[in-house]
Design a protein around this ligand. Structure first.
Ligand code: GAL
Length: 731
């Protein structure tokens, strides 16, 4: 991992795990692709007409579970190209002994597979795949396009990315290829094509990973990119008049008379027009989607249909719209790293839920840390037992594979200090035994978990459009949309014990409660979708800053929540970034609001005020801070503030009670997490003790121990312990 990549990762982790501090994070956000939305609305309408509920786990094929293999798999990332072939057998023997069933290979091995232009060597890879198969291990092939070979970048410098300052990337790092370079695209397609011609029907190859982390969404700031951005805008807006109007370019003399005048937001990105910036992020999304599709096309053309295609994402990283990028994939995967410190169960669980929401199905954790990483501030090792807890948390949230990056570190290369399962001497490190335990437990839980997936009554809405729009203009550095999402999750998940994180345009009809903490961008058609949900009996909770922008990131010519104001029977009079906390009181008790406060107003007599400000800045004194209103068969609630923890707890309780949401398992001690997977007539609970003390847990009814034997009515879970329980009364 190079330094700049390291910095990126630190930021990601801050945004997900350093949320309490309210520190500022990412500059990028999201979009609702028009075509995305239209397609999914159409699908939702068809399903609705057919009388389907979209989240019917029982009848759904679980694409993350490979036929003929265990339903949940232990894996590792293996780099046979870095070692003498004579060593492979011993590696694979040790893997087999640890119950490892999957290796991901080749994702950085371009120079070994195409040692010189148009000369390919796959013999070694085939031997590695075959040998792995002899040990009961199936391979996932990564296309190596995150690491172009030196001969390519040397001969064709135009394949290298140019940064915001006009500097061309140097060889020797990774993700240095330019996603917009036609020549680079062609080279990527060629290597993917040759790989699939060779391995597309190999029965020991289960599937494909395209590239790796998609260049951290970095673009090449060159003329090719600029021209394609301009053409992309032209295709979208059709006329400059339309673009000028939607971006209000009369402001600061930005008016464009020629498509070629439109800049790309590079070095001075933060000073650019919010409309241009949102479109740029959409363009970045489309660029990486096309980059991915370029390889998917050849793989789909030649691969056996049983081989899956996935991508490796980075959780809350917001460089592109993950809903859009995930669409052509069989399933989504991500790499789950803690970095400095220890597992944050809420933040990490939320990130699993986010990834499960990319395609609204189970997923793979295709990489995770074997104890420690090498790129964080302090690369401390996870405590004994914590790696196992992490693995089971992933399964509890819907992962069907957990893969350790990496098996053994290369003797040289940038990641020498990263955690591994065997040392540089090739013998197991202490963590190996813990991973072996995980492997044997996964094997035991195979039949209980086959065909199961998490199911939730509560959804949190995650919108890249809204996140980007807020990140461009936080207005308070403390306003962190991901932190707020996590706060809602922290208080709602113990009460419901399962949460989905989904795109706002996803079908909503199966949820009793849908919460959108900062849904800044609500164009008319999204408002209709949300209103429909409420009209049909759902409870929608909107948080601060909701309903302010249209799809061009322009202010709506109505007050917030814009198109939702009628349903709410109220509106926002004025918003205030807070430099200190203010008192509020009402239905949820008394407390403080922090960071952000909106002055609300009821517009109809039956809109109820839930919270009122106490003496504060004069403007807010005695004014409403939260409203609720019955609309159709449902209810819409607007919370115009960031609540303190006590108020957040009572507000969350009120939300679930109002919506008829019940915890699926019953009360458990603090620090104990309950996950539930259902399907095929089975119901399995994964109960995790995240604390370092023993925790007694009473079961709502007798259940069967999956990892041990016997039926129990209570379990005593040791520190960092896990209990997997099959509910015999599952319907
Ligand atoms: C991942 C990356 C791996 C490895 C790992 C180290 O993001 O995909 O190749 O670098 O980080 O933590």
């Amino acid at each position: 991992m190079n330094c700049s990549r390291g910095a990126t990762r630190v930021n990601i982790l801050q945004s997900v795990q350093g949320l309490e501090s309210g520190t500022a994070i990412f500059n990028m956000t999201l979009i609702l692709h028009k075509r995305n939305r239209t397609a999914s609305q159409l699908l939702a309408a068809i399903l609705f007409l057919l009388g389907f509920a979209y989240a019917q786990p029982v009848s759904k094929a679980i694409t993350t579970q490979i036929d003929g293999r265990n339903a949940i798999l232990l894996g590792t990332d293996w780099y046979p190209e870095q070692w003498p072939e004579a060593r492979w057998e011993e590696d694979l023997r040790l893997m087999e002994a640890a119950h490892i069933k999957v290796v991901r290979i080749a994702e950085f091995a371009w120079s070994r597979m195409e040692p010189s232009e148009n000369h390919f060597d796959f013999e070694w890879l085939e031997r590695a795949i075959n040998l792995a198969a002899k040990h009961g291990i199936v391979s996932v092939l990564g296309t190596p396009t995150a690491a172009p070979p030196a001969w390519l970048t040397f001969k064709y410098p135009d394949t290298l990315r140019i940064d915001e300052h006009g500097r061309r990337a140097t060889h020797g790092i990774r993700a240095h290829g330019s996603a917009t370079s036609p020549r680079y695209r062609e080279s990527c397609r060629r290597i993917a094509d040759q790989m699939v011609l060779r391995f597309g029907h190999n029965r020991n190859v289960a599937g494909w990973q395209i590239d790796n982390e998609y260049g951290y969404a970095r673009m090449s700031f060159d003329d090719v990119t600029k021209n394609s951005f301009q053409s992309w805008l032209k295709a979208k807006y059709k006329s400059l008049d339309s673009l000028n109007e939607h971006w209000t370019t009369s402001y600061w003399s930005q008016t464009y008379d020629d498509w070629r005048e439109i800049p790309i937001p590079g070095e001075e990105a933060e000073f650019h027009n919010p409309g241009l910036r949102l479109e740029w992020n959409r363009f970045v999304t489309d660029t990486w989607a096309d980059y991915q599709q370029n390889q998917i096309d050849v793989i789909r053309q030649h691969a056996d249909p049983r081989q899956f295609i996935t991508g490796n994402f980075m959780g809350f990283f917001d460089g592109f719209d993950h809903y859009f990028i995930s669409r052509p994939l069989t399933f989504a995967s991500w790499d789950d790293y803690v970095g400095t410190g220890h597992l944050d169960p809420v933040g990490n669980g939320l990130t699993h839920d986010l990834v499960r929401g990319f395609k609204r199905e189970n997923f793979w954790v295709i990489e995770t840390q074997p104890g420690a990483v090498n790129w964080a501030g302090v690369n401390n090792f996870l405590n004994k037992g914590e790696v196992r807890v992490m693995a089971w948390q992933a399964i509890g949230h819907g992962a069907d594979e957990v893969g350790y990056w990496q098996w053994r570190s290369a003797l040289n290369g940038q990641e020498q200090y990263h955690g591994t399962l065997v040392g540089p001497d090739g013998t197991p490190v202490p963590l190996y035994e813990e991973v072996k335990t995980i492997g044997s437990e996964f094997a035991k839980a195979e039949s209980a978990l086959r065909g199961t997936t998490p199911v939730s009554e509560v959804a949190l809405l995650n919108s890249y459009d809204s996140r980007w729009a807020i990140e461009f203009q936080r207005h308070s550095t403390k306003y962190d949309p991901v932190a707020l999402l996590k706060t809602y999750c922290r208080f709602l998940s113990p009460l419901s014990q399962s949460i989905d994180v989904i795109s706002p345009d996803a079908p909503l009809q199966d949820y009793k409660l849908v919460v959108a903490p900062s849904l800044n961008v609500i164009p008319d058609n999204l408002a209709q979708h949300l209103s429909e949900y409420v009209r049909n009996g759902g409870h929608l909770v909107l948080g601060p800053r909701s309903g302010m922008k249209d799809e061009f990131n322009a202010l709506l010519p109505q007050r917030q929540p814009g198109f939702m104001a009628d349903a709410l029977g109220g509106r926002v009079e004025q918003y205030y970034a807070l430099e200190k906390d203010f008192p509020v009181s009402g239905a949820w008790g008394e407390g403080q609001v922090t960071i952000w406060a909106e002055q609300l107003k009821t517009l109809v007599p039956d809109a109820e005020v839930l919270l009122q400000y106490g003496p504060s800045n004069g403007w807010l004194d005695g004014q409403p801070a939260a409203l609720t209103h019955k609309f159709g068969k449902g209810r819409i609630t607007y919370i115009g503030v960031v609540l303190d923890e006590r108020l957040m707890a009572t507000a969350a309780k009120w939300m679930v009670d109002m919506s008829g949401v019940k915890p699926v398992f019953g009360r458990v001690p603090d620090g104990v997490e309950v996950c539930r997977r259902v399907g095929g007539g089975k119901e399995v609970f994964i109960v995790i003790n995240h604390t370092q003390e023993r925790q007694p847990v009473r079961l709502p009814r007798p259940m069967t121990l999956v990892l041990e034997d016997g039926e129990v009515s209570a379990v005593d879970i040791p520190a960092y312990g896990v209990s997997v329980l099959a509910d015999n009364n599952a319907k």
